[in-house]
Design a protein around this ligand. Sequence first.
Ligand code: MN
Length: 264
Amino acid sequence: MSEIDRRHLLRSSALLGAGLAATGAVPVAEAAPSALFEIGDRSFIPIVDSDQVFPVRRIYCVGRNYAAHSREMGSDPTREPPFFFQKPNDAVQNVKPGQVADHPYPPVTKNYHYELELVAALRKGGRNIDAASALDCVFGYAVGLDMTRRDLQQAMGNEKKPWEIGKSFDHSAPMGPLHPASSVGHLKEGLILLTVNGQEKQKADLSQMIWSVAEQIAHLSQYYELFPGDVIYSGTPENVGPVVPGDLMVGHIDKLGEIHVKVV
Ligand code: MN
């Protein structure tokens, strides 16, 4: 059942309950308190070759998960356990295959960076999940961009303040549709490639991740109880860099196709 369907059901159950109460019947569901105002629906991700969509609960991101990127950010990749941050649910920008998505240049930054990443979407959660069984939790995979206001991220980091404004902002999570693991398998290797205006910028192999998706899930589930609907950005390879309005980014991951995102 999609999130939207679930809400309709809850809402209609509440109405039904109110009607039954007048006749003395037992309500089928507790009447929900009425909201002061409506807010936007939660994000979802389309699924390839399906009428269903994947409802997004939380967006977790892994930092510095390719050694060469860790070095370019000034860290030592040999000593660091995986670490995590989040983006808000409504940061998702759905990018349809075969179309160019207009991506708004965000406010305040003067150094706006791409980070091309493999995104894993969870159909199952839990706490303290074993790496050996962690991939059972993965529904599928997508091509994603962890868009970053690098100047703000670095300035906050230099002051030992949270990265939040550098990473977690509107539209900062463009991604393509989900490819179910039941059709593409679990992606442990394969080309990950980003071009900007036709020029190669990031090029690596998924096998170069320091922490595999399974290990990411295992670590993350020590800190948070994971749930269906959680998605994980699994980190970017080296050669991150800036884009400006007018630039066209094309992100490719083997077996997952391409996304086309134009900065406007
Ligand atoms: Mn990233």
